[in-house]
Design a protein around this ligand. Structure first.
Ligand SMILES: Nc1ncnc2c1ncn2[C@@H]1O[C@H](COP(=O)(O)OP(=O)(O)O)[C@@H](O)[C@H]1O
Ligand SMILES: Cc1ncc(COP(=O)(O)OP(=O)(O)O)c(N)n1
Length: 267
């Protein structure tokens, strides 16, 4: 039996809640064979980022081809891509791969620490967003991508359409975790707006939610689920991961990547 194979290209979180570690845990939970290419090694934990070591772009390229020359790639997800050189290498490599590309346009960690500098964010928007099958910005990332303020659900819907029509993404999922009230996200797939709504869970342990959500969508897409269904299932996965999150660390704790499995076992 050959499994669906999904590749994450991202930075690390040694405390295990975000970045490549969150992605691989999510892939495993969702029964997709996980593979990873590291862009930056980040000394971080639930309280914030202490230091970052960026890998040379030539070495990122070697990692990418080491995977794709040997293994099937049924979906690709990117997270933290810190500089233009890395972005260009990933863009060039993407031309050699025929798989859906889910981009989490990571810019700032929840702690407020920048993971990608401003000039590089503009490069990402111009050069990598148009390559994506789906881009998954939170509200601050949406504001940066479109250079305008997002205050409410109407703004989010408009933004999802603009990211597709003006920036050239295949589809856009604007996530509402940073608004008050229900946890609502809007997907524009180039034809239709879809709404994904869940109750807001009263928890500060949301470190890595964005990584986990986009990884879940990538895992489902690698298994052949259509976009809107992959998002619906990914939303359930991240909601349960927040509901059963862990009060670990001195800052905002991580989500629980095995929450859905626990629910199944407890039935
Ligand atoms: N407290 C919460 N309760 C339920 N869902 C949440 C909560 N916080 C965030 N979410 C959901 O988690 C996902 C990621 O949210 P968001 O915080 O917007 O992204 P990021 O982690 O990239 O900043 C979205 O589906 C959002 O609606
Ligand atoms: C290496 C790395 N990549 C991404 C993030 C940001 O993760 P995100 O899922 O947006 O979660 P928060 O930490 O912002 O909740 C990160 N911290 N590290």
């Amino acid at each position: 039996m050959k499994p669906a194979c999904v590749l994450t290209i991202a930075g690390t979180d040694p405390s295990g809640g975000a970045g490549i570690q969150a992605d691989l845990k999510t892939f495993q939970e969702l029964q997709s064979y996980g593979m990873s290419v590291v862009t930056s090694v980040v000394a971080q934990n639930t309280t914030g980022v202490k230091n970052v070591h960026h890998l040379p772009d030539a070495f990122i390229r070697e990692q990418l081809f080491a995977v794709s020359e040997d293994m099937p790639v049924h979906a690709v997800k990117t997270g933290m891509i810190a500089n233009k050189e890395m972005m260009q290498v990933i863009k060039d490599w993407m031309q050699t791969v025929d798989a859906p590309y889910i981009m989490d346009p990571v810019m700032i960690a929840q702690s407020g620490d920048p993971l990608v500098e401003q000039e590089e964010q503009i490069y990402l928007k111009r050069h990598l967003v148009p390559e994506s099958t789906l881009v998954t910005p939170n509200i601050p990332e949406t504001e940066t991508l479109l250079n305008k303020q997002i205050d409410n659900e109407e703004d989010m819907k408009e933004a999802a359409v603009e990211i597709v029509e003006k920036l050239g993404a295949g589809a856009a999922l604007v996530k509402g975790g940073h608004l008050k009230g229900k946890a609502v996200d809007f997907l524009y797939d180039g034809h239709q707006l879809h709404t994904f709504e869940a109750e807001r869970i009263d928890s500060a342990n949301t470190h890595g939610t964005g990584c986990t959500y986009s990884a879940a969508i990538a895992a489902y897409m690698s298994r052949g689920y259509p976009l809107a269904q992959a998002v619906e299932k990914g939303k359930h996965f991240v909601t349960e991961a927040i509901r059963h999150s862990f009060n670990l660390g001195k800052g905002d704790g991580p989500t629980n990547h095995f929450a859905v499995r626990q629910e199944v076992f407890n039935q």
